[in-house]
Ligand binder design. Structure first.
Ligand code: GLN
Length: 198
């Protein structure tokens, strides 16, 4: 099978960490800032950062429409933190006029964790990734408040709040696996990309 050629949306956020992790997994990685770059990839990672900025820049750079079309056509995507917000159909606590790409049938609340605990680590069971728990780093992360009928919850905190979801080829997580060195979400994303183009 040829190497997967995937993009990391490089408008704002922790782009480099995702690029490095995907390269470790032997993918060919392209930072995506322009529609021509996006047209050349078979999958997209949307990094953490600030979702309202990613939203605005994606419109300014002409990427919003092509990304939404690609989601409708089933392109595999992985969104972490702000990236999960961008993939949610509905968000709460948005700034005025903030939009998402949508695609995952969930309601996501931005900045869901209180001030003192806005950044923390947790050990999560993610049965879809195997028995080994996931070491998850949360940084001003969102939570999934409602999982609609088309989406599936993959992981929840001990208090039941959902922090990882999947729908078709879209995967959205509240935390930052690229920081804790967790590779299985990115591998799952790459498997989807390979399954489509291979
Ligand atoms: N709070 C940020 C937002 O609303 C997300 C934080 C992150 O991606 N680490 O986009």
């Amino acid at each position: 099978m040829s190497r997967s050629r995937v993009g990391v949306l490089a408008l704002q956020g922790d782009v480099r960490e995702h690029v490095a992790l995907l390269q470790r997994l032997d993918a060919e990685v392209v930072p995506v800032r322009r529609p021509e770059q996006f047209a050349a990839v078979d999958g997209l990672v949307i990094p953490g950062g600030e979702s309202s900025v990613i939203d605005k820049l994606s419109r300014i750079f002409g990427l919003r429409a092509p990304i939404r079309d690609a989601i409708a056509e089933g392109m595999p995507m992985l969104g972490t933190c702000a990236g999960l917000i961008m993939l949610a159909d509905t968000i709460t606590d948005a700034i005025d006029g903030q939009q998402t790409f949508g695609g995952i049938d969930v309601v996501v609340r931005r900045n869901a964790f209180g001030r003192q605990v806005e950044s923390f680590e947790a050990s999560l069971d993610v049965p879809a990734l195997g028995a080994e728990p996931v070491r998850a780093t949360f940084i001003r992360g969102p939570v999934v408040e409602t999982v609609g009928p088309d989406a599936t919850a993959l992981a929840a905190l001990d208090d039941g709040r959902v922090v990882a979801v999947e729908q078709g080829n879209l995967l959205g997580i509240s935390f930052h696996p690229e920081i804790s060195g967790e590779t299985r979400f990115h591998q799952r994303f790459l498997d989807r990309v390979g399954g489509r183009s291979g």
